[in-house]
Design a binder for this molecule. Structure first.
Ligand code: NAD
Length: 491
């Protein structure tokens, strides 16, 4: 199988890579492509930066209203090709077709939001800050911006950054996850037709070598990263040490608290979706489910029923509600963590290990699993499992739940289910997380809002999406101007 090509300077070109790795369908183990890896990929990156920088020097002077016109075309093309792209997402990533369609919808919403850049980029002007002196601020682009993406949302995550970066006048290089490079190949084929100048957007495959080349290249001005916390921390520190602007989104361990006054029927299904959506491979996956005052076990029973009825299988089957995890290594890791939970003293209320899907025996399937009563001082309540495993914990009151949440190193999302406004207000005020859900299981912010992780879930200042995107992809210039009255020409 031929190696996948890079898209550099408006052309599909061979990589200089000396190695490659297989892109594998997680439901069948079918090899879908060979992605370039290894030392040669640094050369590819260098080539892409050269052209991206040339494109940027022209593009920065194009009026912003013209810069967003290709985004309108991109929105239309993404909509027209939504089904085909969604199928590619499911085939290489494993999630259900319904999840893939929803993911792509989120990508489109970011394109739409970035179309408002002509307004969002407007700035401040103060007349007469001193007599006859005006002061104002301009937002100017940075130059070549790069994005390093994870495997779990191949269609959406690059769009937290790409449309804002180019609308603000920058050029862009994307390195997709080597596990799921095919979705963005399709998207870049579409982007070839939207009227962007050659070199403005580039797709460079690879792994660590490509990333390190990005972090070291003097012409790369900004780095947007999404992935696991250890790598996010590495990207942030190395990028910053090399003088780059960095936003690095990391991993998570998201808690959901269910108060005794929550509506049980609604709550259990929403929470099961939040735990098991994308087979638990979401940075916003609900993981620690904390019941408060559930002495009679009613909440536990509803959660068990909701989890048990989830249909696990091949993602292109419309009836399937949960697909496989990304790789056989990931499956083994999740199973090992379930074992660890039992070793720490948890009760395995629902065991999804060894689940077989008829016709897909080689798939990396794990059915919904529930571990009950993990010790609060143990390791697993703090570990991101990234698989379809609910940790069911029980606590006395909301104070204990908030204190437990705030003792966790991550801070991506925390949710509360209640019918009490006072509990909701306390929770939103005191819980230490950047995204809060109240009677909402998946607190994924819409494109107009920043994707606001905290603590070990985010390294940097400005997040992806919305106004934060505009601020991240521009640098401010403040101008103080004097035009003495006596210089006024008399005609
Ligand atoms: P990952 O950290 O393994 O990989 C992410 C990217 O980093 C990939 O492009 C990969 O090629 C690159 N990379 C991997 N190892 C590297 C290294 N040693 N040096 C330099 N680059 C390296 O993450 P993943 O497994 O693809 O994605 C899952 C993780 O991403 C989870 O932890 C999840 O919580 C997190 N995530 C976070 C968010 C968020 O918004 N906070 C969103 C999605 C996923």
């Amino acid at each position: 199988m031929e190696k996948l090509k890079n898209y550099i300077n408006g052309r599909w070109v061979e990589s200089a890579a000396d190695q490659s790795s297989s892109v594998v369908n997680p439901a069948t183990q079918e090899v879908l492509g060979q992605v370039p890896l290894g030392i040669g990929t640094a050369k590819d990156l260098d080539e892409a930066v050269k052209h991206a920088n040339e494109a940027y020097l022209e593009w920065r002077n194009v009026p912003v209203m013209q810069r967003v016109q290709p985004l309108y075309k991109l929105k239309a093309l993404l909509e027209q090709n939504q089904e085909e792209i969604s199928k590619i997402i499911t085939l290489e990533c494993g999630k259900t077709i319904v999840e893939s369609r929803a993911e792509l919808q989120r990508a489109i919403e970011n394109v739409e939001t970035a179309c408002a850049t002509p307004t969002l980029i407007q700035s401040e002007f103060s007349e007469n800050i001193a007599r006859g002196v005006d002061e104002f601020m301009i937002r100017q682009p940075l130059g070549v911006c790069v994005c390093i993406a994870p495997f779990n949302f191949p269609g959406m995550i690059p769009f937290w950054f790409l449309p804002y970066a180019i609308a603000c006048g920058n050029s862009f290089i994307l390195k997709p996850s080597e596990k799921v490079p095919l979705t963005m190949i399709k998207v870049f084929e579409l982007m070839d037709n939207i009227g962007l100048p050659d070199g403005l957007v580039n797709l460079v495959h690879g792994g660590k070598e490509t990333v390190d080349a990005m972090l070291e290249h003097p012409k790369v001005k900004a780095v947007s990263f999404v992935g696991s916390t250890n790598i996010a921390r590495y990207i942030y520190s190395k990028g910053a040490a090399n003088g780059k602007r960095v936003q690095a989104q990391g991993g998570a361990k998201n808690p959901v608290v269910i108060m005794p006054d929550a509506d049980l029927d609604v709550t259990a299904n929403i929470i099961a979706d939040s735990v098991y959506g994308c087979a638990g491979q979401r940075c916003l996956a609900a993981s620690n489910i904390i019941t408060v005052g559930d002495d009679k076990g009613k909440i536990k029973e509803s959660l068990y029923e909701a989890a048990k009825k989830k249909v696990t299988g091949f993602g292109l089957d419309e009836a399937v509600e949960m697909g496989p995890v990304i790789s056989s290594q990931s499956k083994s890791r999740v199973e090992m963590l379930i074992e660890q939970g039992i070793g720490e003293g948890a009760n395995l209320l629902l065991d999804g290990r060894g689940y077989q899907v008829s016709g897909y025996q080689k798939g990396n399937f794990i059915a919904p699993t529930i571990l009950e009563g993990l010790p609060l001082g143990g390791e697993l309540v703090k570990t991101e499992i990234f698989g379809p495993v609910m940790s069911l914990l029980s606590m006395k009151n909301i104070e204990q739940a908030i204190s437990f949440i705030n003792s966790n190193n991550y801070g991506n999302m925390a949710c509360l289910f209640t019918s009490s406004g006072a509990s909701a207000r306390k929770f939103r005020n005191e819980a230490d997380a950047g995204n809060i859900g109240i009677n909402i299981g998946v607190a994924a912010p819409m494109a107009q809002f920043p994707f606001s992780g905290w603590n070990d879930s985010f390294f940097g200042d400005l997040h992806g999406q919305g106004r934060h995107g505009i601020e991240f992809f521009t640098q401010t210039k403040v101008v103080i101007e004097r035009w003495p009255r006596e210089w006024t020409r008399k005609f």
